[in-house]
Design a protein around this ligand. Structure first.
Ligand SMILES: *Cc1c(COP(=O)(O)O)cnc(C)c1O
Length: 395
């Protein structure tokens, strides 16, 4: 297989090199703190052979991936939730059981493999907490130096993880948007590889692996003779829009390979207090859908962003494939968190519960015989304070 970066806006192609992040021409007018223009995507040509190239087409050969078991997470069939909601084909994709407890490990895994392939020794990034703890964990297994920029207000569990894994924690007196810009300054000064989400195209590509796992698991469950099957709906908790873009990329690949017959309807689930992508979905044609920045306010810290870094790219993909958006209140998020904990035995963090809350809110608009996958992207143990509040416990 041959791999390149390609700009979906102007079509320019670039070699996949450590110094390349955004499309030169299309990113020229970017300003700090805003959704990024010129986000690149990984494109491949040639033939993909699963036995030779591994279970998912990726731009780094399997031998470079560090020894840490990322991905291949379970797809739950939650019978009690199914019965309660009347959706016999409801599934929960449980990414809480990744090594650092979140979906972010999928991106960190590919970025670490790339660093090892290219002899890169240090990686820096900004994060609301999960990307930092994830890169720190995968970096520990890979033997890489990791420097993270995290708001000082990030949940304590995520900051402790970073330190446990031996990474350098730089706490920022400000929000994620400020941490993002600080980390880019650091990378520009030092030449250290940036794993900033969306900015580094491998963060999107690494997140497509879950779609392959889902389609294969559904194929196996449906008795389709080992063939992959796309779900009808996928609910994705959305902040910067990288997970959702990665999920769509995965199904795009499966479609290109002829492994699935159609794309699923992908739903961006957002908190009402951090809903830039949902708002952009209904922005009038001809206007800049991310022109306005609204300060985010939600207890779901992992999806709390003022400006979605991957907004333009995610929006384009959602529109291309008939994606939808749903927003839910913090109360609905915390209620969904308890519902999934108590009825399925899966304790997910508020951001993930947002995906379930989104499904819960729109379920009456969906044909209940259809298959629905809800992406549960982070462990509930990562933010005990909010979870405790929801059950009336004091910490
Ligand atoms: C990062 C994250 C999200 C949101 O992903 P984006 O790419 O920012 O949209 C959702 N859930 C969890 C647990 C996360 O860590």
């Amino acid at each position: 297989m041959n791999w390149n970066y390609r700009c979906p806006t102007c079509g320019a192609e670039y070699a996949i090199d450590p110094g390349r992040y955004l499309c030169g021409a299309c990113s020229a007018a970017n300003v700090p703190g805003k959704a990024l223009r010129g986000v690149l995507e990984c494109v491949w040509s040639g033939t993909y052979d699963q036995s030779r190239d591994g279970p998912v087409p990726l731009p780094v050969p399997a031998s470079f991936f560090p020894p840490i078991p990322v991905g291949d997470t379970p797809l739950w069939a939650p019978d009690r939730l199914r019965a309660e909601l009347g959706f016999p084909k409801l599934f929960l994709k449980d990414d809480t059981c990744n090594p650092s407890g979140s979906y972010k490990d999928r991106a960190s895994y590919l970025v670490a493999a790339f660093a090892r392939q290219r002899g890169v020794k240090e990686i820096a990034l900004a994060s609301t907490g999960n990307a930092a703890s994830s890169m720190a964990a995968v970096g520990a297994a890979a033997g890489l130096k990791i420097t993270v920029f995290v708001p000082a207000t990030a949940p304590i569990a995520k900051r402790v993880q970073v330190l446990q894994y031996g990474a350098e924690l730089r706490e920022i007196q400000g929000n994620y948007d400020l941490a993002f810009d600080k980390s880019l300054e650091y990378s520009a000064e030092t030449g250290v590889l940036s794993r900033n989400t969306a900015y580094n195209p491998l963060t999107i590509e690494g997140k497509k692996t879950a779609s392959f796992e889902i389609a294969r698991a559904l194929g196996a469950a449906s008795g389709a003779g080992g063939k992959a099957v796309a779900p009808d709906h996928v609910f994705v908790p959305t902040g910067d829009g990288v997970i959702i873009a990665g999920v769509i990329r995965g199904f795009e690949d499966l479609l290109k390979l002829g492994a699935i017959a159609k794309m699923p309807i992908v739903w961006a689930a957002q908190a009402e207090g951090s809903s830039a992508i949902a708002r952009a979905m209904s922005a009038p044609a001809g206007t800049d859908p991310f022109a306005e920045t609204v300060a985010a306010t939600t207890t779901a810290d992992s999806i709390s962003v003022d400006s979605p870094r991957n907004g333009y790219y995610a929006l384009e993909k959602l529109k291309k494939y008939g994606g939808k958006a749903v927003t839910v209140s913090d109360e609905e998020i915390l209620a969904a968190q308890r519902l999934v904990s108590a009825k399925a035995g899966l304790f997910a963090e508020p951001s993930s519960a947002c995906a379930f809350a989104g499904f819960y809110k729109v379920r009456q608009t969906i044909d209940p015989s259809q298959s629905v996958v809800v992406m549960l992207t982070g462990s509930g143990l990562k933010d005990i304070k909010n979870a405790a509040k929801a059950v009336g416990a004091t910490v």
